[in-house]
Design a protein around this ligand. Structure first.
Ligand code: ATP
Ligand code: MG
Length: 138
C-alpha cells in the first residue's frame, strides 16, 4: 500500500468539478484517506513547490495556487503514486492523453486542474507537509 498527495487546484474547484475528480479517483479504486478544503497562503505554496523556486514560472504558479480554495487529499492504494499520476495525465493538458483529468479539466500548462506527488519520496514529504498523522484516517 502506498500513499500519495493529490490537490484539486483552484481552477478545477472554481469550475465545479470537485465531485467529478473524486468520482474518478474512487472509480480507479484509490481510497481517500484524508481530505481538506484549503486556501493556501503564499508562504505555504512556496514551501510546497520549493524544488521549482528557480523556475521562470514559479511566481506565476504561486499566484495561481493561492488564487482560490483547493482540495488537498491523501490517496491510498497499491502503487497509488503512479496510478494517480496516470489518471492525471501529462503536465500540459494539450498533450495529456484523452480521458485523463488534465485533458478533461485543464486549461493550460499552469492551470492544469490537479497535482500529484511524482515519487514515493515526494509523496512522503508532501503528505506530511499538509497533514498530521492523526488526520489521515482512511
Ligand atoms: P504537479 O507537480 O502539479 O503534479 P507536474 O509534476 O506534472 O505537476 P511540475 O513540473 O512538477 O509538473 O510542475 C509543477 C506545476 O507547475 C505544474 O503542475 C504547473 O501547474 C506548473 N508548471 C509547470 N511547468 C510550467 C510552465 N512551463 N509554465 C507554467 N507553469 C508550469
Ligand atoms: Mg510535480
Amino acid at each position: 500500500m502506498e500513499r500519495t498527495l493529490a490537490i484539486i487546484k483552484p481552477d478545477a474547484v472554481a469550475a465545479g468539478v470537485i465531485g467529478e475528480v473524486i468520482r474518478r479517483i474512487e472509480g480507479e479504486g484509490l481510497t481517500v484517506a484524508a481530505m481538506r478544503l484549503a486556501r493556501l497562503s503564499e508562504r505555504e505554496t512556496e514551501g510546497f513547490y520549493y524544488v521549482h523556486r528557480q523556475r521562470p514560472f514559479f511566481g506565476s504558479l504561486v499566484k495561481f495556487m493561492t488564487s482560490g480554495p483547493c482540495v488537498l487529499l491523501v490517496l491510498r492504494g497499491t502503487d497509488a503514486v503512479v496510478r494517480w499520476r496516470n489518471l492525471m495525465g501529462s503536465t500540459d493538458p494539450s498533450k495529456a492523453e484523452p480521458g485523463t483529468l488534465r485533458s478533461l479539466f485543464g486549461t493550460n500548462i499552469e492551470r492544469n486542474a490537479v497535482h500529484g506527488s511524482d515519487s514515493e519520496d515526494s509523496a512522503s514529504f508532501e503528505v506530511n507537509y499538509f497533514f498530521k498523522g492523526t488526520e489521515i484516517v482512511g
